[in-house]
Design a protein. Structure first.
Length: 397
């Protein structure tokens, strides 16, 4: 009898491993403690403590009760795609139609589709550091090499156009950007957007623009890459943040028609259409987008002020004021700890969970990221606990 030969995993298993320690382990520990009634404050995820608008829920319930639980079009229903196109045009000034839209399972799914279609083995993809925690694995899943380019803390996390262009090689296929950025909250300026578009135009690379937080930026919009270079820009977004719909997984990708036609083939073998009742809810959500986004902007702006006011004079840390989004970077280097050290020690001492900044790149390794998408009373209390923790560090030296 011969021995059993164990099958091998594909190389992609290694490419999608998180860099370093899994950042979500402590977060889920905190969530479980919270569910058990323990005295913890969870600031480690951007999931607003608001309910999805009632009209959106009612729309989904009506659709389900009417039997809308069967297969749907892979690209997304025409009505939803048209509504997304209309909203995108109004927000960005880029004229698009439903033919420029594919509906996908959230912004993360859209980023994955973009990654697989703009690069492959032997190629390079630039992403601006700091970047959202899933970007490295999402980019490497295609087989491409991730090339991080610093948006330095010394520049308040704004990008360096010269450094971006210097990083481009004959192997470069795309540049991934997020505006507003997660974790920094930076919104790309008109000049930065124009500069990026000019680089992409001159060097013949794709731009993948993650605009999931755009609706809660000032005025509900950000300077648009898509409007400047429509044939080379893929814009991804969703209803998750603007409508408190993180669990609905309703997102999309807007791009050139030929890209969308090809994306259909990939979506056919990995998603096969978003549930119909979710799409009906999406149409309703977009019909009340102005109101919903205004509510979320006010919610985030008020809570940003609460957390910043509570932390701005705490010895040993520096709260970095975000332009938009749901997060605040806190430089903890003055405590003598790195972000990776600060996070577990804060949680064990005070029951406040935040994320290690190194999850988002080299530029934020001395930071932690705190979400302010929670009740104001929790933010006040969290600030007091962080102050107390930092004071304990200074007295123990």
């Amino acid at each position: 009898m011969t021995g059993t030969v164990q099958p091998r995993f594909a190389d992609i298993v290694e490419r999608v491993l998180p860099d370093g320690t899994d950042p979500w382990v402590l977060h889920w520990e905190a969530r479980q403690a919270e569910a058990a009634g323990k005295d913890v404050i969870v600031l480690s995820v951007g999931d607003p403590d608001l309910d999805t608008p009632p009209a959106v829920i009612d729309s989904a319930m009506r659709a389900m009760r009417s039997g809308d639980t069967h297969y749907t079009e892979t690209l997304g229903r025409p009505a939803l795609r048209a509504a997304i196109a209309e909203r995108h045009t109004a927000r960005t000034g880029q004229s698009v139609t439903a033919d420029n839209v594919i509906v996908l399972g959230g912004t993360q799914n859209a980023l994955f589709v973009a990654s697989l279609f703009v690069a492959g083995p032997g190629d390079e993809v630039i992403a601006l550091d700091p970047m959202y925690a899933t970007y490295p694995a999402t980019i490497r899943a295609s087989g491409a090499k991730l090339v991080p380019v610093a948006s330095p803390a010394a520049r308040d996390f704004h990008n360096d156009l010269g450094a971006i262009e210097a990083a481009i090689t004959p192997k470069t296929r795309a540049i991934f950007v997020a505006t507003p950025n997660n974790p920094s909250g930076v919104v790309l300026s008109e000049a930065e957007v124009e500069g990026l578009a000019e680089i992409a135009r001159r060097r013949g690379v794709w731009l993948v623009s993650d605009e999931v937080y755009a609706g809660i930026a000032d005025g509900g919009r950000v300077p648009s890459l898509g409007a400047r270079l429509p044939e080379q820009v893929l814009t991804v977004a969703s209803l998750s943040k603007t409508h408190a719909m993180t669990g609905w997984r309703c997102g999309w990708l807007v791009g050139p028609e030929d890209f969308i036609a090809r994306a259909h083939d990939l979506a056919q073998c990995m998603l096969y259409g978003l549930p119909g009742f979710v799409q009906e809810a999406g149409v309703t959500a977009l019909s009340i987008a102005e109101q919903s986004e205004a509510t979320m902007r006010e919610y985030c702006q008020r809570r940003r002020e609460v957390l910043y006011s509570g932390l701005k004079d705490v010895p040993g840390i520096r709260a970095c004021y975000p332009q938009a989004g749901m997060f605040m970077l806190i430089d903890v280097s003055g405590t003598g700890l790195s972000g990776a050290q600060f996070v577990p020690q804060l949680y064990r001492a005070e029951g406040v969970s935040v994320l290690d900044g190194s999850v988002f790149g080299h530029e934020t390794r001395n930071c932690v990221r705190a979400s302010f998408a929670v009740e104001e009373s929790s933010l006040h209390e969290a600030a007091q606990r962080i102050r107390r923790f930092c004071a304990s560090l200074s007295t123990s030296r």
